[in-house]
Ligand binder design. Structure first.
Ligand code: HMG
Ligand code: MG
Length: 298
């Protein structure tokens, strides 16, 4: 049955901005996060504690985390690929740490410079430390619907990583279509396979919209009982190690669809439209959200 309530994880401060070539001033990142929490998102993915050589845009993660105004009850998540990242996350007061692996060997090498097995071994101490610190642990599975380097990815490869994440104690597991190549029947198959081993209440859909399939893929996931979705205001984003991939599905479009279906999100769509127009203006481009632009023009 389709869930009556959905949690949206707003990933624009991290996934949305990480690929921007021009360094975005820290105060803009802080304002974005503050405005998102005020708009009602329960979970905001704020930044990454990764190598600044690999992702220069996220180099100010500690400053961003120190400057935001925490809204009580909001979960502020950060990415951490190793213990160095965990130390940064802990010092910054993150509520949730995201380990990020892949269902594709080729992508694992390009994105985090190690094999899938090596990445899991690297995540082990991170997971232990996250749990010992009493924080939430989330595991992201890139290339769950296809890989920019190796093409096809079998659902069983996604399930393998999901199992490892469960063993590590992940509270939530993200099925990520890094390059937006998935289509609904395929998404349904992957979600079915994953929810055979993971409680559907703990599975999230992270869809990039490169091929315009993201909303359809969310609908297919809803029908598979998935109630957590990642989205990025104004459709910002892309992964620096997935060339040509566009941003995540635009939050405004997701909210418009869900609210239209009578599904509760707790998020104020009008506020999100304003945020989308503001941040796009700052980046000197038109927002990549159909609903956002339509609502802004009214
Ligand atoms: P490496 O080069 O193999 O690791 O990178 P290393 O341990 O040799 O470290 C290299 C340098 O980075 C060293 O500095 C380290 O100190 C430093 P140097 O000695 O050369 O001056 N370093 C760090 N600095 C700050 N924070 C850290 C850290 N770790 C090492 N945590 C590594 C391995 C994992 C570090 C690197 O590959 C990396 O940082 N990758 C991050 C890639 C990334 O952030 N990608 C985007 C996010 S994932 C994504 O977008 C997908 C997602 O949205 C889901 C989807 O759509 O699929 C989540
Ligand atoms: Mg992503």
């Amino acid at each position: 049955p389709t869930p009556a309530k959905v949690k949206i994880v707003e990933v624009s401060p991290r996934d949305g901005l990480q690929n921007e070539k021009q360094f975005i001033p820290t105060d803009i990142k802080v304002e974005l996060i503050n405005r998102l929490s005020q708009a009602g998102f329960q979970n905001v993915e704020a930044t990454s504690f990764v190598s600044p050589k690999w992702v220069p845009q996220m180099a100010d993660g500690a400053e961003v985390m120190a400057a935001i105004q925490r809204k009580p009850g909001t979960i502020y998540s950060v990415l951490a690929p190793n213990m160095r990242g965990f130390d940064g996350a802990l010092a910054a007061g993150a509520d949730e740490v995201v380990i990020f692996g892949a269902a594709s060997e080729a992508f694992s090498q390009k994105n985090i410079n190690c094999s899938i097995a090596e990445s899991i071994a690297r995540f082990e101490p991170v997971a232990e430390a996250v749990k010992a610190a009493g924080l939430r642990l989330r595991g992201s599975i890139s290339c769950a619907l296809g890989c920019p380097y190796q093409g096809e990815v079998d659902p069983s490869a996604v399930v393998d990583v999901a199992r490892r994440y469960l063993e590590l104690g992940c509270d939530e597991i993200d099925v990520a279509d890094t390059i937006g190549v998935g289509t609904p029947a395929r998404v349904e198959r992957v979600m079915k396979a994953v929810t055979e081993v993971v409680d559907p209440a703990r599975v999230a859909g992270h869809f990039h919209d490169t091929y315009g399939q993201a909303l359809a893929n969310i609908l297919a996931s809803l029908q598979a009982g998935i109630s957590i979705y990642h989205a990025s205001v104004a459709g910002l984003g892309g992964c620096p190690y997935a060339k040509g991939a566009t941003g995540n599905v635009a939050t405004e479009d997701v909210l418009y669809m869900l609210h239209g279906m009578g599904i509760e999100t707790g998020v104020d769509l009008d506020a999100v439209v304003d945020i989308g127009q503001w941040i796009s203006g700052h980046l000197d481009r038109k927002a990549a959200s159909r609903a956002g632009n339509a609502l802004a023009a009214r």
